[in-house]
Design a protein around this ligand. Structure first.
Ligand code: ADP
Length: 165
């Protein structure tokens, strides 16, 4: 059976930390479905869901076994619909652990057939996330090492537009 893994997140925008996890997963699974969350009541996104999806697609063109889909509703329901029984999440610093632990156990409670597995990125990326990159970018800091080269100028333009609003 084809091993399909779901990698869910906001990806607002995709960073090299995300890409690191995607590249590692691509070596283990037959197919990765990157699941872009459409809305989140706790977060205001800089990029629309369609923009976030396109940025990911541009960044993964060299990896063959990847699909990018926008989803709404429960992640577990989306995973089952995609015939996937595995969710991958990245673990950076210890502070990620508590939230991820709760979420994984809740998802298991919702459907015990779906398991969550965790992966650590290269240590170059353990301290970064999309929010920090946006914050640094808004203050004119250099973000070049953290955003995939294919989307860097687009991300910088959007951050600049937001800054000048
Ligand atoms: P969410 O809103 O679901 O946390 P994110 O886009 O912030 O969405 O993150 C998606 C997933 O990618 C999460 O599992 C998160 O821990 C992981 N992630 C985010 N940044 C990094 C990074 N720098 N290195 C590894 N994993 C990361």
């Amino acid at each position: 059976m084809k091993k399909i893994v779901i990698y869910p997140g906001s990806f607002d925008p995709l960073t090299n930390g995300h890409l690191d996890i995607i590249e590692r997963s691509a070596k283990i699974f037959d197919e990765i479905i990157i699941a872009v969350v459409k809305k989140n009541s706790k977060k205001k996104f800089l990029f629309s869901a369609i923009e976030r999806k396109k940025l990911i697609e541009k960044s993964v063109v060299n990896l063959g076994n990847i699909k990018v889909k926008i989803f709404t509703g429960l992640l577990i329901d989306f995973a089952i619909k995609q015939d996937s029984y595995t969710i991958i999440r990245g673990l950076r610093v210890l502070s990620d652990f508590e939230y991820e632990f709760r979420m994984a156990l809740m998802n298991r409670k919702l459907n015990d057939n779906v398991s969550t597995i965790f992966m650590m990125p290269n240590e170059k990326y353990t301290h970064i996330g999309s929010s920090l990159i946006k914050e640094v970018g808004m203050l004119d800091g250099k973000i070049d090492d953290y955003i995939p080269i294919q989307i860097l100028s687009e991300v910088k333009d959007k951050i600049n537009d937001e800054k000048n609003k």
